[in-house]
Design a binder for this molecule. Structure first.
Ligand code: HEC
Ligand code: HEC
Ligand code: HEC
Ligand code: HEC
Ligand code: HEC
Ligand code: HEC
Length: 293
């Protein structure tokens, strides 16, 4: 398979997979199960296969009897939900089996080629109808997506990709909504909420490479002080060593097996990308929060 298509396919293929032993249907974008392991793919020894050597629920999930449990009772935050976890990036989990080199270049957010042009196929990974980035007055509620926009990111990113991401999936109160409205007008940016008025990934982040949407329009306003190959980088905070020493015991437990990154560290953002306003100087946070200075 051509390198780079793996993620797109994961999103496009609507797998009507059923969990063995229950009537519960797997989520529509779930990974294929009961498939054979192709030659050349190395599955870690700690990932048990089914008796006939295929992918089983237990290969990927450390939750005992996941196929028999009602899905809404599952603890998705359990470290072993993805076997060998917790992982900092969901892609780190994928790379336990798939070849990192083969699709590390596949980044759905890289939408523009060298000439600054795009292929609508790439847009259709998220959009059902591709909006024209050259059009000025787009009514956001009329955009049609393959999934509700608040769920678009989950096939590839964890629900809690970083500290606080989960705490933020709530509905801001009226006072905060007014602050958001004022900031949108004042700073010339969009901070869209989902259909229920809740904060979603795309409230803070944009999914588009800079330049796809004209940067003079609110939806095109974004921070990119690095490119998408390098991605977001962090600098260790001077306190980090103290913080780490303090938490060493917990970190060691969390770090788990090889491949799993420690999730707790005290970091400062160094370079940002795919974010609507800078967070490293607090601008983004101050849209909604009034912190003591
Ligand atoms: C190749 C690895 C793999 C196999 C095999 C696998 N899963 Fe998953 N499963 C995943 C990944 C990856 C996710 C989460 C993606 C995400 O975070 O959005 C997931 C998510 C889930 C979820 C949570 C869905 C949600 O949206 O909350 C359930 C339930 C689940 N799997 C059940 C199963 C069952 C039952 C089986 C066996 C029939 C199975 N899985 C086999 C990789 C796998
Ligand atoms: C336990 C090993 C394992 C893990 C972990 C795993 N996969 Fe897979 N994956 C497989 C196997 C085995 C197949 C089926 C053989 C193949 O098509 O390469 C497969 C197939 C796929 C396919 C379909 C390819 C096709 O040709 O139809 C996609 C897309 C995919 N994986 C993406 C992912 C993503 C994204 C993740 C992480 C969220 C992931 N995989 C995690 C083992 C794994
Ligand atoms: C990873 C998912 C994803 C991909 C891929 C994607 N988009 Fe989007 N797009 C979104 C989301 C989410 C929104 C709604 C929030 C926003 O405006 O950023 C959106 C909104 C838009 C908007 C409306 C902006 C506004 O004025 O509010 C345009 C125009 C757009 N996309 C064009 C494109 C084009 C053209 C492509 C392909 C080159 C593309 N998108 C690819 C997720 C995606
Ligand atoms: C089809 C898979 C896919 C989907 C869907 C997706 N992403 Fe990504 N995203 C990636 C990959 C691959 C990267 C590169 C880094 C990596 O490997 O994790 C990335 C990187 C990022 C980054 C950080 C840049 C970096 O590399 O450090 C942000 C922020 C991000 N995505 C936000 C989103 C948001 C918000 C959505 C939903 C609107 C979304 N993504 C949907 C695959 C995806
Ligand atoms: C309240 C704002 C906010 C929300 C909501 C949010 N993020 Fe972030 N995210 C940030 C900030 C701030 C960073 C740090 C990097 C930066 O400033 O660009 C970041 C970094 C990231 C990164 C890249 C860095 C890394 O550590 O891997 C990814 C990927 C990412 N977010 C995905 C998501 C996804 C997926 C969601 C939804 C589940 C989400 N974010 C929700 C603010 C947010
Ligand atoms: C779009 C609005 C919005 C933005 C932007 C935003 N927040 Fe929040 N934040 C909220 C809401 C809503 C809550 C939950 C209610 C509350 O605690 O006020 C919250 C909660 C929090 C909490 C408390 C979580 C807990 O455990 O109780 C922290 C800490 C936080 N935000 C930090 C930040 C930081 C740091 C940034 C910038 C990177 C940021 N927020 C950006 C709206 C926002």
């Amino acid at each position: 398979m051509r390198a780079g298509r793996l993620f797109g396919m994961f999103l496009l293929v609507n797998l009507q997979a059923f969990a063995a032993g229950t009537d519960e249907q797997l989520p529509p974008l779930h990974h294929p199960v009961e498939v054979e392991i192709p030659d050349g793919m190395e599955i870690p020894d700690t990932f048990p296969l089914s008796a006939d050597g295929r992918l089983d629920c237990k290969t990927c999930h450390g939750i005992e009897g996941i196929g028999e449990l009602p899905f809404d009772e599952l603890d998705r935050e359990a470290p072993d939900f993805h076997r060998g976890g917790p992982y900092r990036r969901l892609t780190d989990f994928c790379y336990r089996c798939h070849d990192r080199r083969e699709y590390s270049r596949s980044n759905i957010h890289k939408l523009l080629d060298e000439r600054g042009e795009y292929d609508e196929e790439a847009c259709r990974q998220c959009h059902l109808e591709v909006p024209d980035p050259g059009e000025e007055n787009i009514v956001r509620s009329e955009l049609k997506f393959r999934l509700p926009p608040q769920r678009l990111c989950y096939g590839c990113h964890l629900r809690a990709p970083h500290l606080n991401a989960l705490d933020h999936q709530v509905k801001p109160d009226e006072e905060m909504r007014e602050r958001i409205g004022r900031a949108e007008r004042g700073l010339g940016v969009i901070l869209p909420l989902d259909g229920d008025g809740k904060i979603m990934c795309a409230t803070c982040h944009t999914a588009h490479q800079r330049g796809l949407i004209d940067p003079q329009w609110p939806a095109g306003r974004q921070v990119a002080d690095t490119d998408l190959d390098e991605g977001v980088t962090y600098r260790e905070h001077v306190w980090n060593r103290v913080f780490q020493a303090d938490k060493r015991e917990r970190l060691e437990v969390l770090a788990g097996e090889e491949g799993a990154a420690p999730v707790l560290s005290y970091r400062r953002i160094e370079k940002e990308v795919l974010i609507r306003l800078p967070a490293k100087d607090g601008t983004l946070c101050l849209v909604c929060h009034e912190f003591e200075r």
